[in-house]
Design a protein around this ligand. Structure first.
Ligand code: CA2
Length: 140
């Protein structure tokens, strides 16, 4: 099974800033653990701070991969374009968030992606990504 994790803006700062919200682990360290745990899967990773690059990556992977795990960061709350891209591809997308966005500022309660995603997992810290992978495995 071929999966890609796509992270959006500022998620390259994980483990380096705001540990009280986002934890103290870098995503690269966590990804290493995920790859060990799910060693029978192919897990690719892409991060960009640029909206169009995230859309391009969705187009590039969205017709051949088995699953996409997308944390679009702040674009979640603003980007009709990323929502349209999810709608336009065939690979199922699971939207993830590290924090519980519903416990935060009201502008984070809105997602332009959720309606087009297969499902949404949020609020479990980095474990949200692990749960998203499991959601692709545990399908009958
Ligand atoms: O909880 C999440 O995963 C978010 O997608 C993270 C976004 C935020 O805008 C969303 O509302 C919820 C922000 C990612 C910024 O990540 C940082 C990590 C460390 C230091 C600074 C920012």
């Amino acid at each position: 099974m071929k999966i890609i994790i796509i992270n959006g803006p500022n998620l390259n700062l994980l483990g380096k800033r705001e540990p009280e919200i986002y934890g103290s682990q870098t995503f690269e360290d966590y990804l290493g653990k995920l790859k060990e745990k799910f060693n029978d899967l192919s897990i690719d990773y892409f991060q960009s701070n640029i909206e169009g690059e995230l859309i391009d990556k969705l187009h590039e992977t969205g017709f051949s991969y088995d699953g996409i795990i997308l944390n679009a960061g702040a674009y979640t709350h603003t980007s009709v374009g990323i929502g349209d891209a999810i709608k336009g591809i065939t690979t199922p997308v699971v939207e993830v968030h590290i924090s519980n966005t519903f416990g935060r500022e009201s502008f984070r309660h809105q997602s332009y992606l959720s309606a087009h995603a297969k499902g949404v997992i949020l609020g479990f810290g980095l474990q949200s990504y692990d749960l998203a992978i499991q959601s692709f495995i545990n399908v009958s």
